[in-house]
Design a protein around this ligand. Structure first.
Ligand code: PLP
Length: 448
């Protein structure tokens, strides 16, 4: 009965091994073959091994090789083989990672991973955290605590009273805040249109001289790692000023917060640990499988007050940490298991090596493309590179050619009015040879 798992493991290994050489983007034939799946829901049962073979035959070729070594689109990251293996084992356990009393194993391992992360990011002792689906929900979770925290200081209980008649909260973000942060604020009833947006500089960093005077309940949202440039808001300047005026400071560090874990990058996030809450992703730069994000709140009680539930049928009574007290979900998979595996197997040295290598590789892309005559639009401080191949049309044409060549994959963007190609280096699997091969493909595509 369980031999199908061997079959899946064999197919998964075959797929992963193929990534080094197959074209990164699926071709039109693979997309057309997906029509084979358009069948009516079968009336009778069948051998799942046959469906697994169908999946592998038809869907594997139609995947974008995001897990491969030459995928530089969006901000993605692959899956460390160890993290994927932990994901499989945790899948077999099929634990509902909600309550310590029923699932002590995964509850405890999440606690261990959280302790390590708080230490790795230099966050204050006592910081609370939750394992969520990604940075969007991590922002949502931490900002729910922020909203309740700033109103709680005025004696307003959001959990009980909601926002009806509550004192208005001022929310401040940079012009370059990620759209998912704005979405989170909207979902929390804080409104997307009433946010005060602070101007940014040419790297997308919030301009400290543009911070408005802070009065009353206020949440200031800063960013560690701009999606386009990789830049960081000036934490050292802004956080103390915001705190002096009584504001709550939240940091969206979807990938940039990991700079804390690398000695050569740590200066970029100096002072970030002084904030009140933080959001980051594990499925990006930590290279664990989707979906995996992390929310942290300095005052664990405020996070717990915003997220905890009780019900007669649930065994919530425990002196241990109930995972569901810190996340929007009650039932969820034990995604902390892969995080634990990635942290434990890489260790501090392996984490630093991966982050620093990816940043060095990003600089190599920039230097080489600049030397080939193309314009690099950002200061490459982290793992993101913006390159223009000339006019907007010309740049879009080169991106399309790179994508169809299949050696590597990069997407486009418009940075402060200029069309550019984004190179985002976040995979454990990317070697220096992959960078050289990709550079040659880019230069070839741009020479036509
Ligand atoms: C700065 C920033 N915040 C939030 C997000 C959203 O992350 P996710 O898609 O994992 O929810 C991203 C995604 O790239 C990001 O770069």
């Amino acid at each position: 009965m369980y031999t199908i798992l061997d079959d899946a493991a064999r197919r998964a290994q075959g797929y992963l091994r193929s990534l080094a050489e197959r074209p990164v983007a699926p071709d039109a034939t693979a997309a057309a073959a997906l029509r084979q799946l358009d069948e009516p829901l079968p009336a009778a049962s069948s051998d799942p091994a046959e469906s697994l073979a169908l999946l592998d035959r038809v869907v594997s070729p139609a995947t974008l090789a995001m897990a491969g070594p030459r995928f530089f689109g969006f901000v993605i990251g692959g899956s460390l083989p160890g993290a994927l293996a932990a994901n499989w084992l945790a899948g077999a356990w099929d634990q509902n990672a909600a309550l310590y009393a029923s699932v002590p194993g995964v509850s405890h391992i999440e606690l261990v991973a959280l302790r390590w992360l708080v230490d790795l990011f230099d966050l204050p002792a006592g910081t609370g955290g939750g394992f969520v689906t990604g940075a969007t929900v991590a922002n949502f979770t931490a900002l729910a605590a922020a909203r309740n925290g700033v109103l709680g200081r005025l004696g307003w209980n959001v959990e009980a009273q909601g926002l009806f008649g509550a004192p208005p909260i001022t929310v401040i973000t940079g012009e370059e805040a990620h759209p998912t942060l704005l979405k989170s604020l909207g979902m929390l009833g804080l409104g997307r249109a009433r946010i005060l947006r602070v101007p940014v500089d040419d790297q997308g960093r919030m301009r400290a001289d543009g911070l408005p005077a802070i009065r009353g309940p206020t949440i200031l949202c800063l960013q560690a790692g701009n999606l386009n440039t990789g830049s960081f808001d000036p934490f050292g300047d802004l956080i103390p000023r915001a705190h002096a005026a009584g504001a709550w400071v939240h940091v969206d560090g979807a990938f940039g917060l990991w700079a804390k874990a690398a000695p050569a990058l740590r200066h970029l996030v100096e002072g970030v640990e002084k904030a009140d809450s933080w959001a980051t992703d594990a499925h990006k730069w930590l290279n664990v499988p989707y979906d995996s994000g992390l929310a942290f709140v300095r005052d664990a009680h405020t996070l717990k007050a915003a997220m905890a539930i009780t019900a007669e049928y649930l065994p919530t009574e425990t002196s241990e940490r109930n995972p569901c007290d810190f996340t929007p979900e009650l039932s969820r998979r034990a995604r902390g298991v892969e995080v634990w595996m990635a942290l434990r197997s890489l260790g501090r040295a392996g984490l630093a090596e991966m982050f620093e290598r990816n940043c060095r590789q990003a600089r190599r892309f920039a230097e080489n493309l600049r030397a080939a005559g193309f314009e690099i639009l950002n200061d490459v401080v982290l793992n993101q590179v913006l390159v223009s191949f000339g006019s907007a049309d010309r740049t879009r044409e080169v991106i399309a050619r790179i994508q169809s060549d299949g050696t590597c994959w990069c997407g486009g963007t418009v940075w402060q009015g200029k069309t550019a190609m984004r190179i985002s280096v976040c995979s454990w699997a990317t070697t220096d040879q992959d960078v050289e091969r990709s550079l040659a493909a880019m230069v070839r595509a741009a020479a036509v």
